[in-house]
Ligand binder design. Sequence first.
Ligand code: FAD
Length: 438
Amino acid sequence: MSATGKLRVAIVGAGAAGLCVARHVSSRSTTFDPPVVYEITDHVGGTWFYEERVGIHDNGHPVHSSMYRDLRTNLPKEVMMFPDYPFDAQLPSFLSHRDILQYLQKYCKRHAITPYIKFNTVVEEVKPISMETVEGGAVTWEVISRGTYGGQNTQTFDSVFICSGHYSTPHLPSIPGIEHFKGAVMHSHSYRCREPFAHQSVVVLGAGSSGVDISFELVQANAKVTLSHNKPALAFPLPPEIQQAPPVVKVLEDGSLLFQDGSVAHAEVLLFCTGYSFHFPFLCPKQLGLGIQHHLVAPLYKYLLPPAFPSLFFVGICKIICPFIHFHYQVQFALAVLEGTVQLPSRKMMEEAAERERQMKVQKGVQEKHLLQMGSDQWEYYLDLATIAGISPPNPVVESLYEEVGRQRRMNPQAYRQINYKLVVTSQLYTKLQHPIF
Ligand code: FAD
């Protein structure tokens, strides 16, 4: 605790998750000291700060954002918003990255968060000290940081929130013979716009949301696109300009690509849309009792905290979620834990709960690489966190809208953003709204 008897909170990252933590910590000033937010860059917004540049930034760190120029959100604003902070009513449902960045900047201003942010400061190490008190949760933390234009600094905290994002470190599955490929090899992390690919033959690896979205962009530049993926069949029609192919199994010595069905093709660009890896260079997972693999961080109680260190929180580690809603519930649950209004079970019970959750998923047939995916299960999770933390549960209309948008996207990923969802969401649920979201 600080000299004033309040809890000291560190936040790694000033993206949407970090800002959400800062907003809620700073509004509970009787229990918490003002938060300290560490941010490598000179701006807030993380992913939503579009940068044309790729590779290494002037500050010596890799460019963080994987945003591309013409991206439009895949969730409507009514589902994207923090439940306590709506978007401007005049904006359309599906927004550009500029709109989201402006929203986050306004959120900062509204909650006077900016003064808490140490910009141009990278967190180099987060480590627990006074290990013997771990079981009681009263461990303290040392955060070692370095200013881009200054020296190293060490500060002590009662709790640390990890909000450094997980869409920055490309996951590149190995393809035998890749060194023979004669064209350009890149990952969607470095894709910015379609023009450089005009009239080129591009093999897009992976049919997740980025792979499909980017393929649609590329055909608009008259690129010849082959979407290579391991799904049995896509549930939606593709335009004739996009060919489908099974996974690439090998690059042959002459530089051509060998697909799983034995077919061979030449391409000028190999574009990996194969997702991202978790990367926390400032943590020692072993010390924290955690396993961190490219696709998994475990065990985490309620997908949020390591049972051995219940004052360390990983915000937004899950996938296929509504990120801002997710942050909103996780953060308030975590703060209730720190305040003592929510009592956590013992370390052993939390470990068992995390393991039970894992086994249930495995029994349902969920592959290990998808253990952190939530999809429709997220709503029960938010309800659980809200009930324990004593806060309002999510609005059922938001869930209904999320599910409807998902259904439409699966049927037609090219056109789902054009639908008027206000008319689609059932009137029965719509009338349940106290504060209309549309
Ligand atoms: P980030 O936004 O990544 O922020 C992390 C911050 O931490 C960054 O500012 C970074 O500089 C900082 N940081 C990292 N390491 C350190 C360190 N060591 N020290 C100090 N600072 C550090 N979500 C939606 O809801 N709708 C969408 O339509 C949508 N589309 C997306 C499209 C793309 C291409 C991508 C990549 C993501 C998309 N997302 C979308 C998900 C998006 O990532 C989340 O909405 C959200 O922005 C994640 O916020 P975050 O704060 O967890 O991480």
